[in-house]
Write a protein that binds this ligand. Structure first.
Ligand code: SF4
Ligand code: SF4
Length: 88
């Protein structure tokens, strides 16, 4: 999920615009606005904002992690199920 600006807290200082590596923040009527399609979720702007007006929205799907049992693949050569990424 892209970064989100609390427009009520934003002072329009522009610091986040300058720090964003993907030019995903624009100023509109003296408030920062995230261009969601450009945001790569790096979180740099969250740390840069002096008034903590930016937050990241993380969505947890409940899906098993890549280390969990849900991401194993069957190797027909050995007949062994191995964690994804270890398939050789
Ligand atoms: S999270 Fe990163 S890419 Fe997204 S708006 Fe902030 S600095 Fe830019
Ligand atoms: S750094 Fe924070 S206060 Fe400054 S323009 Fe960006 S969101 Fe607004």
């Amino acid at each position: 999920m892209p970064a989100k600006v609390d427009s009520g807290t934003c002072t329009g200082c522009g610091a986040c615009v300058d720090c964003c590596p993907s030019e995903a923040i624009e100023m509109q009527e003296d408030k920062a606005v995230i261009v969601a399609d450009k945001c790569v979720d790096c979180g740099v702007c969250v740390d840069e904002c002096p008034v903590e007006a930016i937050s990241m929205e993380y969505r947890f799907s409940g899906a098993p992690s890549s280390r969990g049992l849900g991401h194993r693949v069957f190797n027909p050569a050995t007949g062994v199920r191995v964690p994804l990424g270890l398939y050789v």
